[in-house]
Design a protein around this ligand. Structure first.
Ligand code: CA
Length: 178
């Protein structure tokens, strides 16, 4: 014998379960999007901290022309942003570290680069192939000149799936002489 009350109970139960499931899915999506926003806010906050307050007491970390100590940009071309942290290193070198954000709430380093010039690293599609590159400069020792007067070369690096590899290297144009 069919028990209409029992069937109604099952239908209502199923309805509540579906509704709770949809609520959970929506809550998870909200949480994921909130988590995705976290590293961007961290990067903005760090950027403000290290670039603000250039007073006699508090010097900004970045010298004039430094492209940015902390940026949240898509460096490896997967459509998601990474935290790119760069800083001066050694006598006149630059270092870059790239970190991927996980929903577990931490950053993991995916790669790093270092050059012997103080220009730092830029991010963008510099050769127009639709993929992001990292642009930096290295000293051209082929002229046999000392560091100060040696010409510089512009280097482009790209993510190859497991590492940042050099994809082009060209001599910078000679500076105009007055
Ligand atoms: Ca990315």
């Amino acid at each position: 014998m069919i028990d209409p009350v029992g069937i109604a109970g099952i239908v209502i139960g199923l309805g509540i379960a579906l509704w709770q499931n949809r609520k959970a899915v929506r809550a998870e999506a909200d949480l994921n999007s909130a988590m995705d926003a976290v590293p961007g806010r961290v990067a903005d906050a760090l950027k403000t901290i290290i670039s603000a307050g250039n007073t006699p007491e508090v010097k900004a970390a970045q010298p004039e022309g430094w492209p940015g100590g902390v940026e949240y940009v898509d460096v490896d071309g997967d459509g998601k942003k990474e935290l790119a942290v760069q800083y001066p290193a050694g006598a006149h070198g630059s270092q870059l570290k790239v970190f991927k954000w996980s929903h577990h709430g931490d950053f993991a380093e995916i790669g790093h680069l270092g050059v012997g010039t103080p220009v730092g690293f830029d991010f963008g599609d510099f050769d127009g192939d639709g993929k992001p590159e990292i642009r930096t400069e290295e000293t051209d020792w082929s002229a046999g000149l000392p560091y100060v007067t040696a010409p510089r070369m512009t280097l482009l690096y790209r993510w190859n799936g497991s590492d940042f590899v050099e994809v082009s290297r060209r001599k910078n144009p000679e500076p105009e002489t007055a």
